[in-house]
Design a protein around this ligand. Structure first.
Ligand SMILES: Cc1cc2nc3c(=O)[nH]c(=O)nc-3n(C[C@H](O)[C@H](O)[C@H](O)COP(=O)(O)OP(=O)(O)OC[C@H]3O[C@@H](n4cnc5c(N)ncnc54)[C@H](O)[C@@H]3O)c2cc1C
Length: 389
């Protein structure tokens, strides 16, 4: 039987109440079990733990070991598409003015963004500005002199001008992760690391999840397992979603001290970016190579391509690579996250497919998850998991 359009996606038990569950329930019974201690799982747990008992299960020894600890940690409003931009802009007040007690340090600061326009890209540059004119009116064309004022080592002969984004920020991703983690614990939430889900079944309106000799139960399971989201779904007997983990590689190269105040520089065609990163510049070829869910490692060829493209636009000599890494960005066909149950009433809640925007949208998505599960707020249709079911 199909539900009326405005029926809640998940019918949450009315006894959702920390004290009632603590007094009457067993100590391993929760309101929500969250699989995955990356930025998605922790941000959801943070907002849910204001009113509910949550447990986060993370298979690695520490949270944020995979994608969330390997990002470029930038906040770009003109990113991907309009719904992602809205999630990003919704997140901004949290980053700029975090709740009291969340952190003692700024979560982000402005660095600015410079998109390079090459001689054959005039039309594409106009289209790009047109696409973002309503949501990001702060972006504007900038001439070559001003570009070189920001980044003196740009190869001016390779470009006509650029687009400047004065509101591009760098996020302190580690501070963000640690602050979510501390706040969850302070509110009585559990974060259990080094445990991989090995059984999960839904019976009598309760999920029972097991790992080794331990177990936890809850009426709702939230799948925030990043690149492993479909593995978790299969373990839970739920139909997988069209999720494709894709590898992205990055390297840090030495740079003079003044590069620490350069903006992020990007190519319009999305094949290169570089930005300040201790102790020099982070460079990425913006590769997007499909990969199994795994502990990703950079491909030497991708790094070589990144450095070659870097040298095409910047005359800084590269003597060596300080460090390199890769992480998985889990993409969906429409490049939007998958949030909520695939079927109304199902108590398996997807929180996956955050692609290349999971850090910058984490407060907005976390708030949306809590508002949906605690206050029956509707998830925007374009983000709902049921669009793929
Ligand atoms: C190179 C690179 C640059 C990026 N730059 C940016 C950027 O500038 N800005 C931005 O916003 N985003 C950026 N991203 C994207 C961002 O990192 C991701 O969108 C985000 O980290 C996804 O978070 P997550 O929690 O879904 O995944 P993850 O961080 O991967 O977390 C999922 C967790 O689930 C755990 N897990 C999986 N299966 C199980 C199981 N069975 N039991 C228990 N635990 C399990 C995993 O161990 C993992 O820790 C970038 C990504 C990469 C790779």
């Amino acid at each position: 039987m199909s539900q009326a359009p405005d029926a809640p996606l998940i019918a949450i038990p009315s006894n959702l109440n920390r004290s009632a569950l603590t007094l009457n329930g067993s100590s391993n019974h929760y309101d929500f079990i969250i699989i995955g201690g990356g930025i998605a799982g922790l941000s959801a747990a943070y907002f849910l733990s204001q009113q509910a008992r949550v447990v986060v299960l993370e298979k690695e020894a520490h949270c944020g070991y995979h994608s969330s600890g390997r990002s470029a940690a930038v906040f770009i409003e003109a990113y991907e598409n309009a719904p992602v931009c809205t999630l990003t802009q919704t997140s901004k007040p949290f980053f700029l003015t975090p709740p009291d007690g969340f952190t003692d340090y700024p979560l982000m600061h402005v660095i600015g963004g410079l998109t390079v326009i090459k001689p054959d890209q005039e039309r594409a540059a106009q289209d790009y500005l047109e696409q973002w004119s309503e949501l990001c009116p702060h972006m504007a064309r900038i001439d070559i002199e001003d570009m070189c004022g920001h980044v003196p080592l740009l190869r001016r002969e390779r470009m006509v001008d650029g687009i400047f984004d004065p509101l591009l920020h760098a996020i302190d991703a580690n501070q963000l992760l640690q602050s979510y983690r501390r706040s969850i614990k302070r509110r009585g939430g559990q974060i259990i690391t080094g445990v991989e889900l090995d059984s999960a079944r839904y019976k009598d309106n309760i999920w029972r999840c097991g790992w080794g000799a331990e177990s936890a139960s809850a009426p709702v399971l939230i799948n925030a397992a990043g690149a492993w989201a479909n593995t978790v779904a299969e373990q839970c007997g739920v139909t997988p979603m069209p999720l494709t983990p894709c590898r992205r590689s990055a390297a840090v190269i030495p740079a003079p001290p003044e590069a620490a105040s350069w903006p992020m520089v990007r190519s319009l065609e999305g094949e290169l970016y570089f930005k300040p990163e201790q102790p020099g510049l982070m460079v990425s070829p913006q590769d997007e190579t499909p990969s199994p869910a795994c502990d990703a490692h950079p491909d030497d060829m991708d790094l070589a391509i990144a450095l070659e493209r870097f040298q095409e636009v910047c005359s800084l000599p590269i003597q060596r690579i300080h460090r390199s890494w890769a992480g998985l960005r889990t993409l969906t066909p429409d490049r939007l996250p998958i949030i909520g149950p695939a079927t109304p009433g199902e108590h398996f809640f997807w929180l996956a497919g955050q692609g290349g925007f999971g850090v910058q949208t984490s407060p907005g998505i976390g708030q949306l998850v809590a508002a949906t599960l605690l206050d029956q707020q509707k998830i925007p249709a374009e983000l709902q998991a049921k669009r793929f079911s």
